[in-house]
Write a protein that binds this ligand. Structure first.
Ligand SMILES: NC(=O)c1ccc[n+]([C@@H]2O[C@H](COP(=O)([O-])OP(=O)(O)OC[C@H]3O[C@@H](n4cnc5c(N)ncnc54)[C@H](OP(=O)(O)O)[C@@H]3O)[C@@H](O)[C@H]2O)c1
Length: 318
């Protein structure tokens, strides 16, 4: 299977932009759909071999048309929260899209799909709608009967300049710099660097050994959520007291936040965080990728003031 042109669904997002840059360097032609071309174009329009197409990929005819001249698909589309609370939004974005994608690939003779899932995604045992629907997408891809060779990537939380993890906690900490109530503080994460993730995907694209495999992707170290928020607070130069919430209060906080526009935290997030997001075996090593430490990257993408104050802390410590 020789892959030259790849459709990257969700290619305008945090992971997607890095992936497009990386695959463009390898000489692939790329096609990236977006719901809003003006809003999403970012640096992507500077890539000469990338076509940005405004379309609704939930419309099966649009999806078939989008894939007409492609050899493979990488699906990065995902949501952490839905508008309602009944799972319908997650099903539409994570499950229905994959059903349509498999049909669109069959019609266009495409036999390669790479799918971004998540650690703990599991159609039956997933704790949240997010994890259940991501797991269902994995099942659909692995049980396809049209000859598609899938590869599934299952990362812990991903960090990098425009991430929604450290940046989200940084903006929340700035609003509440003295005391910070923290739900699910004991949950463990192994944050993985976005450039390590895209390197793994880039190496897997044309590697038959990656067909029909699931890869768990983790960073250099495991931290509790409390450690990570403490780290972010230190990086911002704040002297914030983190107040760990017990499980019942965490759930109540999530229920209240369900009603806040944009859902900074939700019941579904709370349920996802009931399981540690850590690897049984870090598959980055299969491709000889050494995981990058958060300490080498995260301080650089906080503001200049925050950056210098972070290092002055260590100067004072030494
Ligand atoms: N970031 C993490 O820490 C992390 C951890 C584990 C797994 N993942 C998974 O990795 C994938 C990429 O994550 P990311 O952080 O790069 O996500 P992101 O920045 O939110 O980007 C996702 C992209 O998907 C498209 N999209 C979102 N909702 C859509 C919808 N309802 N219909 C159609 N398109 C939609 C958007 O494109 P347009 O707005 O241009 O249409 C967006 O650019 C996701 O599947 C996510 O679940 C991420």
């Amino acid at each position: 299977m020789l892959i030259k042109k790849i459709a990257i669904l969700g290619g305008t997002g945090f992971v997607g932009q890095s992936l497009c840059n990386r695959l463009s360097e390898d000489g692939y032609k790329l096609k990236v759909p977006t719901r809003n071309r003006e809003y999403s174009r970012g640096n992507l329009i500077l890539l000469p071999n990338l076509e940005l197409v405004e379309t609704d990929i939930h419309n099966s005819e649009n999806l078939k048309k989008l894939l007409v001249d492609c050899d493979a698909v990488i699906n990065l589309v995902g949501i952490l929260n839905e508008k309602g609370n009944n799972g319908k939004g997650f099903k539409k974005v994570h499950v229905k899209l994959i059903e349509n994608l498999i049909s669109a690939c069959e019609i266009n003779g495409i036999r390669r799909i790479m799918q971004m899932s998540a650690l703990n995604a599991d159609a039956k045992n997933g704790k949240s709608f997010y994890l259940k629907t991501k797991g269902k997408a994995e099942e659909l891809l692995f049980s396809n009967s049209v000859g598609i060779r899938p590869t599934i990537f299952k990362p812990s939380v991903i960090f990098g300049k425009k991430d929604s993890f450290f940046n989200r906690f940084a903006s929340l900490l700035k609003v509440s710099p003295l005391f910070f109530p923290l739900a699910c503080h004991q949950t463990k994460f192994a944050p993985v660097y976005v450039l390590d993730v895209v390197e793994m995907i880039a190496r897997a694209v044309n590697d038959p050994d990656s067909y029909d495999k699931k890869f768990q992707l983790c960073g250099a170290k495991t931290y509790s959520l409390k450690d990570l928020v403490r780290y972010t607070s230190d990086a911002l130069g704040l002297k914030c007291t983190i107040i760990p919430l017990n499980n019942i209060v965490s759930r109540i906080q999530a229920r209240i936040f369900d009603f806040i526009p944009g859902k900074p935290f939700s019941t579904d997030n709370y349920l996802s965080a009931q399981t540690n997001s850590i690897c049984e075996c870090n598959d980055l090593f299969r491709y000889n990728i050494k995981p990058t430490a958060i300490e080498d990257i995260v301080p650089h993408y906080l503001s200049d003031y925050e950056y210098s104050s972070f290092y002055s802390k260590f100067r004072n410590d030494s």
